[in-house]
Design a protein around this ligand. Structure first.
Ligand code: CTP
Length: 339
């Protein structure tokens, strides 16, 4: 499924459509635009876009009704357009750019995710996937904290790809440097500290069929929290006493009943040995190890490469690829092993 017929009757079309077409084409969709009174042939051509012919066939028909169109009229037009384009499917997505004066504009990302879901096998439909992601923040006074370099990028890719495959995603996350797709089947639960994250995971774990814990959880947090900003005064050094935090993955691994459990391991030395040992110690079904010092695999990197250990003794390499591709391959393995 690759071809999109875009038909917008709204007055906002000339402003909205070029950016939408660019976003869809970047993701590999072919887009043709059907002329309307609001966006005539000449304007479509002037925007450098392909104008749909009346013989156009498409896989998905995206439709935005004219402004203030009553719902019934919009639906009638959709049916008529389907009749004109016998090769096209019933519209599977509609842009809503204002019905009866109430303006609701779907973002490019929402539209793209809806389209991607339609060309993706829904093999996680009916499953709930809990994902932890991002860093945790350990405060020690109102101005200062200890954290780490995690951006949450790998976890966002896992959430995005699981949602595309039909999962209900529970994303329990520390502060993220990248945005989470704004789609209905991702429920975000923002947290701050390791303790908050542990509490949120324990409160929600019974809802999950699978838990993928890829957050960079702080192993230690300051023993004391100062209600006032700590003054440097005349001291030359500052000692911060730290206490061990809950290990969320190991805690879930030790539950008598638990979902299919996937851990991550960020390693900088002896990656394979440390990761294998970590999988057994934390009792996971699968552990994805990455060497955070390898080229293209660091915290803020767009790409990743994983070595995946399986509880049954096997292991697989996921070669260097975009984090979305790596996430898809992790989900393939989870699907295979869960069933
Ligand atoms: N993890 C966790 N809770 C913690 C620490 C880690 O749930 N307090 C999880 C991470 O989300 C990841 C896995 O445990 O899935 C491994 O995390 P990592 O930081 O690689 O290992 P640590 O257990 O912290 O061990 P070390 O830092 O000693 O390598």
């Amino acid at each position: 499924m690759q071809r999109v017929l875009l038909h917008t009757a709204t007055a906002a079309a000339p402003f909205y459509v070029p950016g939408l077409v660019a976003a869809l084409e970047d993701a590999g969709w072919k887009v043709a635009v059907l002329e309307s009174a609001a966006f005539p042939k000449a304007a479509i051509a002037a925007a450098g876009l392909k104008c749909a012919s009346t013989k156009e066939k498409c896989d998905v028909h995206l439709y935005a009704p004219w402004d203030k169109a009553p719902v019934a009229e919009s639906d009638a037009l959709v049916a008529a357009v389907d009749g004109v384009f016998p090769g096209s499917l019933r519209p599977t997505c509609r842009l809503s750019l204002g019905r009866q004066g109430a303006v609701t504009i779907a973002s490019y990302e929402q539209i793209l995710e809806a389209l991607e879901a339609r060309r993706t096998v829904q093999d996680f439909a009916g499953k709930t996937v809990l994902i932890t992601l991002g860093p945790t923040i350990e405060d020690f006074d109102p101005a200062r904290y200890i954290s780490n370099r995690s951006t949450g990028r790998m976890g966002v890719a896992l959430a995005r790809m699981a949602a595309r495959r039909g999962a209900k995603v529970l994303a329990i996350h520390g502060p993220l440097s990248v945005s989470m797709p704004d789609v209905d089947n991702i429920e975000c639960i923002p947290v701050r500290s390791a303790k908050n994250m542990g509490d949120a995971v324990l409160a929600n774990i019974s809802r999950a069929d699978c838990a993928i814990l890829c957050a960079a959880v702080a192993d230690f947090s300051p023993c004391d929290y100062s209600e006032e900003k700590i003054k440097k005064g005349s001291r030359e050094t500052l000692m911060l006493r730290m206490k061990r935090n809950i290990d969320i993955l190991a805690t879930i691994g030790s539950l008598p009943t638990r979902p299919f459990l996937v851990g991550f391991a960020a390693e900088s030395t002896d990656v394979l040995k440390n990761a294998n040992e970590k999988m057994r110690r934390k009792n996971c079904d699968m552990l994805c190890a990455n060497d955070i010092t390898a080229a293209g695999c660091g915290f803020a990197s767009e790409t990743n490469r994983l070595h995946v250990f399986l509880r049954d003794g096997g292991n697989r390499e996921i070669p260097l690829a975009s984090k979305n591709d790596v996430a898809s391959q992790v989900l393939d393995l989870i699907r295979e092993k869960m069933s």
